[in-house]
Design a protein around this ligand. Structure first.
Ligand SMILES: C[S@@+](CC[C@H](N)C(=O)[O-])C[C@H]1O[C@@H](n2cnc3c(N)ncnc32)[C@H](O)[C@@H]1O
Length: 262
């Protein structure tokens, strides 16, 4: 699996700019940061950023004063993250963490769950997150909305007859065959993601829409319009972040839950 991901992500660190090179990426970063920050308890926390990539989230968490350790399967990502101030990093797999039991306050899983296409593998990654969290600790686990490619390709003019069946399939099954780019992955429904996180033993699980419904319009308007459109898009995202009718209009879903208190 590491080899397949290393081949996709490569050595040129395309992932490092994923959350800054497009309007929807910039919105994803702002909203993920605000949703996670909202749940963090006061004080210096031990954060394990699993599938943390090049450390885009690790960087702001370390900047906020937390102790951040990042785990990723792609060696070039780990090297980039390890160079960030206040961040340590190791090569590893979300399904087999090296951290001891009950040793961290926060686990971020912002990537592995959609790359793990088998449900048993996602369950293993969530069980590992649960194992390493202290009682009351926070898990934040990202999924990709099953409606992402419908919204992206429907808005940018690329949804043609040839793509129709693939778009329908991912909505119905979650099996994404890379028809709008990226790699073969699993896309989630909100209820499905909530169940997977709850089944791993987490409590108080809630699923949030990250970007809200405005992200395709932001992409269509282009980078130069981001400053003018961003505040309204953020407000729209907050207004419907838990709305069951619109949660899938976000490109990403973020499940947050707690390890049970003792
Ligand atoms: C799209 S990137 C997201 C990076 C970052 N967490 C973010 O939110 O911007 C997905 C990351 O998950 C990593 N990843 C995928 N499967 C993994 C696994 N089983 N264990 C650890 N990392 C994994 C990939 O190598 C990649 O760096």
């Amino acid at each position: 699996m590491g080899d397949e991901l290393a081949a996709h992500y490569g050595e040129d660190l395309v992932e490092a700019s994923r959350l800054s090179r497009s309007p929807h990426g910039r919105l994803e970063l702002l909203r993920t940061r605000e949703l996670v920050r909202r749940e963090l308890t006061p004080g210096t926390l031990q954060v394990l950023d699993v599938g943390g990539g090049t450390g885009v989230h690790a960087a702001w968490l370390a900047g906020d004063g937390h102790r951040v350790h990042l785990v990723d399967v792609v060696p070039s990502h780990v090297r980039a993250a390890a160079a960030l101030p206040g961040v340590t990093a190791e090569e590893g797999d979300a399904r087999r963490l090296t951290a001891p039991d009950a040793s961290v306050d926060v686990v971020l899983l912002l990537g592995p769950l959609y790359h793990l296409v088998e449900a048993e593998d996602r369950a293993r990654a969530l069980a590992e997150a649960r194992r390493v969290l202290r009682p009351g600790g926070l898990v934040a686990a990202a999924g990709i909305s099953r409606y992402l490619s419908l919204m992206a390709a429907g808005a940018d003019g690329t949804l043609d007859e040839a793509m129709r069946d693939s778009v329908r399939r991912v909505i119905d099954t979650g099996c994404y065959d890379a028809h709008v780019g990226f790699v073969t992955t699993h896309f989630h429904g909100a209820e499905e993601l909530s169940k997977e996180v709850s089944r791993a033993g987490f409590v108080d699980v809630a699923v949030y829409g990250v970007e809200g419904p405005s992200w395709p319009a932001l992409d269509a308007a282009g980078d130069d319009a981001f400053g003018a459109l961003c505040d309204a898009a953020l407000r729209a995202a907050r207004l419907v972040e838990r709305d069951p009718h619109l949660v899938h209009a976000s490109a990403h879903l973020l499940a947050m839950g707690r390890a049970p208190a003792l």
